[in-house]
Ligand binder design. Structure first.
Ligand SMILES: NC(=O)c1ccc[n+]([C@@H]2O[C@H](COP(=O)([O-])OP(=O)(O)OC[C@H]3O[C@@H](n4cnc5c(N)ncnc54)[C@H](O)[C@@H]3O)[C@@H](O)[C@H]2O)c1
Length: 234
């Protein structure tokens, strides 16, 4: 049977590539996002992930439309540059609520269906910021470290029911995220950090995400896989 897949943030740069990767395999895909996707290969459920009740509602509607759920990909996220002395409590709450709390809420919303079925895959898009110094983005790095921690907790709690939970940690991927502050010098400097000499593209992340939710990735759980072109190696 083809996979039934929910992708949060599926209208964004990386999320849209993930939707296309699963759809290319014949999967039925539901996108949860606050804006509609530009392509038409998925069903769309408008949601503000800042709101846990609205999030539970949207996940429930997606599961009903798909007739179940085999894969959840948490890809929605926001980024903000700010030094530690400038991060406000509101900044902290917003970044943590969307990036980390909403990940917990969607995991909680799909888990009963997966546990009942005795199978399922959850892939959370974290960031290399979870693992290396988050200077200039401390709240973002903290939110992504929380995503990795939730991933490991899910793997430990739900593995005995046949559910895998993994994270993907992208490096610097060319999308709208960060585009407002991105200069040519930034692109050159970040590219030079990769032994491959380039930044990531959304398809780099989509391929690994798809693999983790495929039978070939079935013995991986609790992992936080770097998709950074070798920018970090731990
Ligand atoms: N681009 C990068 O360099 C990079 C690096 C590491 C990790 N990531 C992570 O990858 C994921 C995808 O990032 P992207 O580069 O595609 O960003 P993007 O800005 O292109 O897409 C993010 C998507 O999330 C959605 N979203 C944000 N807040 C939402 C909310 N409150 N409710 C509903 N939807 C909401 C947006 O509408 C958008 O479609 C994020 O979790 C991001 O932190 C990105």
């Amino acid at each position: 049977m083809s996979q039934r897949v929910i992708v949060t943030g599926g209208s964004g740069g990386i999320g849209a590539a993930i939707v296309e990767r699963f759809a290319a395999d014949g999967a039925a895909v539901a996108v949860l996002d606050r804006r509609a996707p530009s392509g038409g290969s998925a069903s769309f459920f408008a949601v503000d992930l800042l709101d846990p009740l609205d999030t539970r509602r949207a996940v429930g509607e997606a599961i009903e439309t798909l007739g179940g759920v085999d894969v959840l990909v948490n890809c929605a996220g926001i980024f903000q540059h700010a030094s530690l002395l400038d991060i406000t409590v509101d900044d902290w709450d917003r970044v943590l609520d969307i990036n980390a709390r909403a990940t917990l809420v969607t995991m909680q919303a799909v888990a009963p269906v997966m546990l009942e079925a005795g199978r399922g895959s959850i892939v959370n898009i974290a960031s290399m910021a979870a693992k290396h110094g988050g200077g200039g983005e401390g709240h973002y790095a903290a939110s992504k470290a929380a995503v990795v921690a939730l991933t490991r907790a899910g793997a430990q709690e739900w593995g005995c029911h046949g559910v895998t939970v993994n994270a993907v940690c992208p490096g610097y991927v060319l999308t709208e995220m960060g585009a407002d502050t991105r200069s040519e010098a930034d692109v050159a400097a970040w590219s030079a950090k990769s032994p491959l000499g380039r930044l990531g593209i959304p398809e780099d992340v989509a391929g690994v995400t798809h693999f983790l939710a495929s039978p070939a990735g079935g013995y991986l759980t609790g992992q936080a896989i770097n998709v950074t072109g070798g920018m970090i190696m731990h």
